[in-house]
Design a protein around this ligand. Sequence first.
Ligand code: AMP
Length: 224
Amino acid sequence: METSDTAAAAGRTIVVLLGAPGAGKGTQANHLAGALGLCKLSTGDLLREAVRRGTDLGRTAEARMREGGLVEDEIMLALVREELRGGRCARGAVLDGFPRTVRQAEGFERLLQETGERVERVIFIDVDESEIVRRLSSRRICESCGLIAAGDGVAPDAGACATCGGTLVQRPDDRPETVRRRLEVFRAQTAPLLSWYREKGVLREVPGSGEVSDVHARVLSEAS
Ligand code: AMP
């Protein structure tokens, strides 16, 4: 381990947000990272950016993402390792969308051990499946800055992004047939993480229904 890694690791806070697609992880990760002064590390955002820029990673990930499947664990671990090394996450990170499989969680644990760190808190944002399907079908994101429109209290047909004026679009994987597949993938591959982290004593569960600000208050009180 390099000295700079040790310095960067000192006192870092690592929080993981877990939840089905559409549970509000991205929105809550923004708010929580802001409140705690940590970086938001969203693997979905990183992959979408890679697809947009046409990088090797983007080309590898694109088809999997479009069909609602998962990108390989090793690729995701390398991506997260790289991000955590950057100065942007020097105080710690709120992870949104990672880990998504038990193998990723095991790899992440090993990766953090290299710098004497561990996941301090895992917060499961619990939302009914019927609500999830409703939310995802109306969700729009800004194709320029990634702002999540529906769910942030902005009408999905608002037209332009409130932050940068970019065009609001539906994510290709928010179409109904892909949403069904993503929910199956969540149940089969990600839900087992709940008992994995519960056994480690770091899991907290919060209801994800209601206003964004109410959910934020619940998440914040469990994270601190
Ligand atoms: P998200 O924005 O978190 O819903 O992620 C969108 C898509 O990116 C997912 O449906 C996966 O195809 C891919 N993805 C994001 N994070 C991961 C991860 N940790 N492991 C595997 N695939 C991922």
